[in-house]
Each structure stands twice: as structure tokens, then as C-alpha cells.
Design a protein around this ligand. Structure first.
Ligand code: ZN
Ligand code: ZN
Length: 222
């Protein structure tokens, strides 16, 4: 059957006439219930359009956005360019605070002080503190917003730094947390830089893959 899918985490199973309908239904299931998408990108990074399309999947005035990113300025700029306004809350966690923040025409001081934006430096060398920082931010955003959208663009670096095993555990735990609070998350990952066996296990942690490497991005169920 081209369009048959059952969720690993609840009793939903669905049959649709076409693959396209199925992908739509799976994505909207993840949006409603909370869940995570794996985004494959080339080693030199993806374009921001896929990222922002996931981050802005809900109404922005009811959404808290959480980004763990190595390029905070580029992320904020891309979001503002594509969406035209800020979400209710926008938390950025970054290991590279020295990466410059966006120019004044994108974000003003008022956007930060008491506004929607906050940028916090995290300690990337301690995995449990990374997990704790994500967790704390997630709790706060879920308390204050109807919806939470999450971007983690450091998965490749995390696997390279800590090795696959601890990162599989982290992704598994966080994906469970995202479902628990109904957050819609996506993780950026560059499979071309890592071993096939590692890529295979990473895929097993997800139900939907967004491959942005070709000329045309594709979605597939996993
Ligand atoms: Zn489900
Ligand atoms: Zn993203």
C-alpha cells in the first residue's frame, strides 16, 4: 500500500489513497500530538527555508520557539525574513555566543529586553547540562504558549563530539519529552559526514524524514 502508516507511540494507524496524503497526515499528527522530524542536509548546512517552515507551522502569536543553534544570528534573521514577525517567545540556546547577533533592522534591543527574544549561552562540552538547558527552556515555553516548535541544528556535531551512543540516548529522551509537552521538533543532521551504521540508528529514532539535500526536498516516513 502506498499510503499506510502506524504511529510508534500511540494507537493511530492510517491508510490513505496516495503517498502525498499520507505524508500530510503524518506531519499533522506530529503537529497535533507533538513529535520530531529528522532533517537531512548537506555538510555545508541546509537552506533555512525548511527549518523556518517547521518552526512556523503554528500561529506565531500562540507559539514558543526553541532553537539550539550554532548560528543564532542567521537563525533569527531567517525566521524574521520568512515569517515577518516574531513568535510569542523565541528562545535561542547557543554554544557560540560570539557569533554576532542580528543587525538592528532585524531585532532591536526592545525585542530582547522584555520582548520575545532571548539568547542564552550553553556549555556544549557537558551533555547533561545541554539536556537540562533544553528541558528548562521547554518547560517554560510550554507553560506560556499553546504550541511549542523546536529546532536543534547541532545533532551532527553532538554525534561527532560525544559519539553515537550517548547521543542516541539523548535524542530518544528528548523526543519523548517533546511528545510529552506536545512540541513539534526537528533535528538537522548531515548524514554524508557520518558512518552508515550511525545514520541508520539515527533514522530509527524518527518517524518522518525531510531530506533537503537534493534540488527538491522530499518527505518520507521511516
Ligand atoms: Zn502517535
Ligand atoms: Zn531548524
Amino acid at each position: 500500500m502506498p499510503g499506510e502508516w502506524s504511529c510508534d507511540h500511540c494507537d493511530l494507524s492510517t491508510v490513505t489513497a496516495t503517498r502525498q496524503d499520507l505524508l500530510k497526515r503524518v506531519r499533522s499528527h506530529l503537529l497535533r500530538q507533538g513529535g520530531s522530524i529528522l532533517v537531512h542536509e548537506s555538510p555545508d548546512g541546509g537552506d533555512h527555508a525548511a527549518c523556518v517552515s517547521h518552526l512556523s507551522a503554528y500561529d506565531s502569536d500562540e507559539t514558543g520557539v526553541l532553537c539550539l543553534t550554532k548560528t543564532p544570528a542567521a537563525k533569527l534573521e531567517a525566521y524574521h525574513r520568512e515569517v515577518g514577525e516574531w513568535p510569542f517567545d523565541f528562545h535561542v540556546l547557543t554554544p557560540s555566543m560570539d557569533a554576532s547577533l542580528p543587525e538592528g533592522h532585524v531585532a532591536t534591543a526592545a525585542d530582547f529586553a522584555g520582548g520575545p527574544l532571548s539568547v542564552t549561552e550553553i556549555e556544549p562540552t557537558a551533555l547533561d547540562s545541554v539536556a537540562r538547558d533544553i528541558n528548562d527552556s521547554l518547560t517554560e515555553l510550554a507553560d506560556r504558549n499553546d504550541h511549542v516548535a523546536v529546532c536543534i541544528d547541532t545533532l551532527t556535531e553532538l554525534v561527532t563530539t560525544f559519539g553515537p551512543k550517548p547521543i542516541f540516548k539523548l535524542v530518544h529522551a528528548l523526543n519523548g519529552r517533546f511528545r510529552g509537552v506536545g512540541a513539534f521538533a526537528h533535528w538537522h543532521y548531515a548524514p554524508d559526514t557520518l558512518m552508515d551504521s550511525t545514520n541508520h540508528v539515527v533514522r530509527e529514532l524518527f518517524q518522518l524524514l525531510h531530506d533537503t539535500r537534493g534540488d527538491e526536498a522530499t518527505l518520507q516516513t521511516l
